[in-house]
Design a protein around this ligand. Structure first.
Ligand code: CTP
Length: 430
């Protein structure tokens, strides 16, 4: 999703950089539009470097012929999912309230139909002035979300109301406006994470290189989006996210029991763990002694994901992962069909900078009808993007159920008439 941060000319303009980072941590694509006065407080270069996008400030830049909309302020207004102005000076509030469109930001504000938020910052007397309060009232009446300033020391040396809200609080308000913050409220999400260990003798085990980072990031992101989270984790050096219920396991068989035990209450299962496919057929009671070449007999473990799918309850969503080193898409697609999950997140684990044990990951979110590419990004950001797709999947399935109910009530359409609603941004896989 894309958010435009509008920066107007107040001393709090430097805090807009923190806001940009807070929004980026939520995996949002942030663009910045600055007024001329704002450019005197902070160099546009700061925001260009942070966002990787050109800073929008002039209405008179040469149009880019490759841009879908060659009129930049209209393009930005059309493609953004929210406009948040922080800091919003008394002047910009007045211009917004009265529909003045004399620079990029004010023109874009008129042209957008996305939610608009303002975080005022000014001297206490300017804040209390009847003109400012009347302008704010006009904006509120029009549905603009005003993020109230706090009270404290102001840059002008006075103490009082007018201090811009903290960047994290502004970012939270943006997420609420995007309807994303609590889109998993009511879900009980079971996430598996880490790499299982299969004992060979009292001191040795067969394991894998999984760090648990992806699963822990998913647990944290689901929790922050309103879900109750149960994290079933194989050994990992990471600290589990606060407020999640943590179930620690070691082997694939222990993970299987922990997962199946909690299926009754779970509405969404995300299997990010790297589970052993084989374990030693016999666990030695004493430490194995060195004595020439050694052949180990291994036996297969149960496929937990496939078992969860077999036992699924109505409405339960099941998302697996696929770690692949070759023929990523073909293998991922085959795995999706074989396991019967609603979606599979396909990782290429052969890369040097992404995948197992690294902080970055790239993936494809694969469903039976769609393939959504998620480019390399920090695992916490990727977790948000995966949950965006999971939430979209949940919404599209809910629509099908509603449609089926309606069809049944109105005398029953035959099954062939029941079609899944169009899912946004989808690429149909051949
Ligand atoms: N998985 C599982 N139980 C297993 C093995 C894997 O639940 N015994 C789950 C993983 O948590 C993951 C998905 O199945 O969500 C795919 O795991 P992966 O290791 O990529 O695939 P495998 O099924 O093991 O197939 P292969 O190793 O042959 O690629």
């Amino acid at each position: 999703m894309r958010v435009t941060v509008g920066v107007s000319g107040g001393i709090a303009a430097y805090k807009a950089a923190e806001l940009v980072r807070a929004l980026q941590r939520q995996a949002l694509d942030v663009h910045v539009a600055m007024t001329r006065a704002a450019c005197r407080f902070v160099q546009p270069l700061t925001f260009a470097a942070l966002t990787g996008h050109k800073v929008l400030s002039s209405l008179w830049d040469e149009p880019d012929p490759n841009d879908e909309s060659s009129i930049e302020h209209i393009g930005e207004a059309q493609w953004t999912d929210a406009l948040v102005v922080a800091p919003a000076t008394a002047n910009i509030l007045a211009r917004f309230a009265h529909g003045v469109a004399d620079d990029f930001l004010t023109t874009m504000a008129l042209a957008t139909t996305a939610p608009v938020l303002v975080a005022p910052a000014m001297n206490v007397n300017m804040w209390n002035h009847a003109a400012t309060q009347a302008n704010l009232e006009i904006l509120r009446q029009r549905g603009v979300r005003v993020i109230e300033p706090g009270t404290g020391d102001l840059a002008c040396g006075m103490v009082g109301e007018g201090r811009m809200a903290e960047p994290e609080a502004i970012a939270d308000a943006v997420l609420n406006a995007l309807g994303r913050r609590h889109d998993l409220a009511g879900e009980v999400v079971l996430v598996t994470a880490g790499g299982t260990r299969e004992a060979l003798d009292p001191v040795r085990y067969l394991g894998n290189r999984s760090s648990g980072k992806m699963g822990y990031a998913l647990a944290e992101a689901a929790q922050s989006r309103g879900a109750k989270v149960i994290l079933v984790t194989a050994p990992s050096a990471l600290r589990p996210p606060a407020h999640c219920e943590v179930v620690k396991v070691t082997s694939a068989e222990q993970m299987r029991h922990a997962v199946l035990d909690r299926m009754e209450e779970t509405t969404l299962v995300i299997k990010a763990a790297a589970v052993a496919d084989y374990r030693p057929a016999k666990v030695l009671e004493q430490k194995l002694k060195r004595s020439g070449p050694l052949t180990l007999e291994l036996e297969p473990t149960e496929d937990i994901l496939a078992e969860v799918v077999r036992r699924r309850r109505p409405g339960q969503l099941i998302v697996g992962f696929a770690a692949e080193t070759e023929n990523r898409m073909e293998n991922g697609r085959a795995k999706l069909l074989r396991k019967g999950a609603d979606a599979i997140v396909v990782n290429d684990v052969s890369g040097e900078t992404t995948g197992i044990d690294s902080n970055l990951n790239a993936a494809t979110f694969l469903t039976p009808t769609t393939a959504i590419e998620l480019p390399a990004m920090p695992k916490r950001d990727l977790a948000e993007r995966i949950l965006d797709e999971v939430a979209a999947l949940r919404r599209s399935k809910a629509l099908v159920v509603e449609f089926e109910d309606e069809a049944r009530e109105s005398g029953g359409a035959d099954q062939s008439e029941i079609v899944a609603p169009a899912v946004r941004r989808q690429t149909i896989v051949e």
